[in-house]
Design a binder for this molecule. Structure first.
Ligand SMILES: *[C@@H]1O[C@H](CO)[C@@H](O)[C@H](O)[C@H]1NC(C)=O
Ligand SMILES: *[C@@H]1O[C@H](CO)[C@@H](O)[C@H](O)[C@H]1NC(C)=O
Ligand SMILES: *[C@@H]1O[C@H](CO)[C@@H](O)[C@H](O)[C@H]1NC(C)=O
Ligand SMILES: *[C@@H]1O[C@H](CO)[C@@H](O)[C@H](O)[C@H]1NC(C)=O
Length: 486
């Protein structure tokens, strides 16, 4: 017995010592290598001029994330014309084509003289399709390859990642010596994902064969937890973290252990509220119309909107004949599933005998939507735990009083209950609020006005001034280092 113990402990000791013998030199070598690389790369940098490099490999995508990027560059160009701006991108279009697209999509005119594109060729390394399994770690290591390519092409004074490639931070910070900052739309891993696996439930990247197998689930949990630790580590290289809303902010705060007001700031992305604000607030122009703006996706819970209307018509018959209240559902459909969903909703409306009070408007052009926003009185939003809710902001800017689900972005970021709209949970509550607003509309003048004013927080001008305020300390720091050199 003793002999066995002795052998085991001796084997363990031997293993441990080999490990130390192997690991310690490895660590020392890595440190030396980093040191040498750091000296090499910072000597290559132009120390006289401040430059800001934006890491955005898909810069022509034309979505909300790109609006953030171009607004950020444009406002910097206006305030700091002497700084040089660079965008790392994997897109193939020519510089002129990209600038033209920014102008046509977002109506933003960039200064083409001091904004340059650094062309990346290794973008396939960050594409999800490259990694059928272990996508998280695959894409993250892939982004390091892409980041390494980027650093070799250009080493900026300030590095700003605007697409969530956090694994590029240590490369630019440790080797390049750049000051790293980032704007996060979505955390790469969230505590939600971890607890979902813990609950062994199915979700989008958690396919059936895995959740049915206990050991694999356990393995996945460990994988997620280790990944979260590494994600924390790379996140620590960012000196300034901006998040696009409360939901993202809370996850980043937990996982990266950042502190609001110190190195973590909420900066809402710019929403085009200006055009909506031109619609008249006057109730005279507004119909007894309930407007819903949401893609026909299951989580938007359109069926609850129909049930709410049925309840409203049944409880307050005045909406049937006198007010002739209508529910208009505006939304896009992406595929056959969405189209089937619309058919099912039409069936449900018939079954509830409310089809005369319901209208579906599928993928209508922007000017038609604008007209509806000018005619509607109440807006309805029913998704539970939506991360933000850009549709609700549009309603409010247009002067439509919103009734949103009491959760997620509408609750945390957008609606102040009973001040700039209402938050509801059950169909009965939704129906009460809608009835209130339609039946006593004059009482809600103030709410309408306040709702519109509150959307100023999401405007482009507000984004610009906040962004400049947040980035200024980093630029000041570079300037003071530059003047030390002179
Ligand atoms: C860097 O700044 C110096 C003067 O400060 C200027 O002469 C030079 O052209 C700048 N270099 C670049 C690449 O803009
Ligand atoms: C932040 O970005 C995520 C991912 O694109 C999006 O789902 C969310 O709605 C955004 N939040 C805000 C406040 O725009
Ligand atoms: C829609 O809302 C109802 C009532 O809250 C809920 O029971 C149902 O699960 C929701 N459906 C979806 C798809 O979220
Ligand atoms: C609205 O939010 C509450 C939680 O605040 C939830 O229980 C309810 O099911 C949600 N309703 C819908 C339609 O999703």
């Amino acid at each position: 017995m003793i002999l066995i113990c002795l052998t085991i402990s001796m084997t363990l000791a031997a293993l441990l010592s080999t490990l130390i013998v192997l690991v310690v030199p490895l660590i020392i070598c890595t440190i030396i290598l980093l040191f040498v690389l750091r000296i090499k790369y910072s000597s290559k940098r132009d120390k006289k001029n401040i430059s800001i490099g934006f890491f955005h490999p898909y810069c022509t995508a034309g979505g909300g994330g790109e609006r953030v990027l171009w607004c950020a560059i444009k406002s910097l160009q206006d305030s700091y014309p002497d700084i040089k701006y660079y965008v790392y991108t994997g897109d193939k279009e020519s510089d002129e084509q990209i600038f033209d697209k920014v102008t046509s999509t977002f109506d933003i005119q960039l200064n083409r003289e001091n904004c340059k594109f650094i062309r990346l060729t290794k973008r396939k390394w960050v594409e999800a399709s490259t990694y059928p399994r272990f996508t998280l770690i695959g894409q993250s290591l892939g982004s390091m390859i892409l980041g390494w390519e980027a650093l070799n092409l250009f080493n900026p004074t300030i590095f700003c990642d605007t697409m969530g490639y956090a694994f590029t931070f240590p490369i630019f910070s440790l080797i390049g010596g750049s000051i790293v900052s980032c704007y996060v739309h979505y955390p790469t891993i969230s505590s939600d994902m971890i607890s979902k696996v813990e609950l062994n439930s199915e979700s989008f990247n958690n396919d059936k064969s895995i959740s049915s197998n206990k050991y694999l689930t356990f393995g996945k949990l460990i994988y997620y937890k280790i990944f979260a630790k590494i994600y924390y580590l790379v996140g620590s290289f960012s000196k300034l973290v901006m998040v696009n809303g409360t939901w993202t902010g809370n996850h980043i705060k937990n996982i990266w252990k950042k502190e609001y007001g110190k190195n973590l700031f909420k900066l809402y992305p710019p929403v085009d509220v200006e055009n909506r604000k031109e619609l008249p607030l006057d109730w005279m122009n507004r119909k007894n119309m309930i407007l819903s703006i949401a893609q026909f996706r299951p989580e938007k819970n359109h069926s609850l909107q129909l049930e709410t209307l049925a309840h409203l018509l049944q409880k307050y018959p005045i909406h049937k004949n006198q007010l002739r209240t209508k529910l208009v559902l505006v939304g896009g459909v992406r595929d056959q599933d969405d189209r089937d969903r619309v058919s099912a909703l039409e069936e449900l409306a018939k079954k509830l005998k409310i089809e005369d009070h319901v209208e579906f408007k599928i993928s209508i052009p922007a000017n038609q939507l604008n007209q509806l926003l000018g005619e509607a009185s109440v807006g309805i939003h029913t998704m539970w735990n939506e991360h933000f809710g850009i549709g609700v902001v549009e309603l409010m800017a247009a002067g439509v009083v919103p009734v949103g689900n009491n959760s997620g972005g509408p609750k945390e970021d957008i609606i102040k209950n009973e001040e700039t709209g209402f938050l509801a949970t059950t169909k009965e509550e939704y129906a009460e609020y809608i009835h209130e607003i339609l039946a006593y509309r004059e009482k809600y003048r103030d709410m309408q006005r306040k709702a519109r004013e509150s959307t100023e927080r999401f405007s482009e001008s507000n984004f610009n001034s906040q962004w400049l305020m947040l980035i200024k300390p980093l630029i000041d720091k570079c300037n003071s280092e530059k003047s030390k050199l002179d």
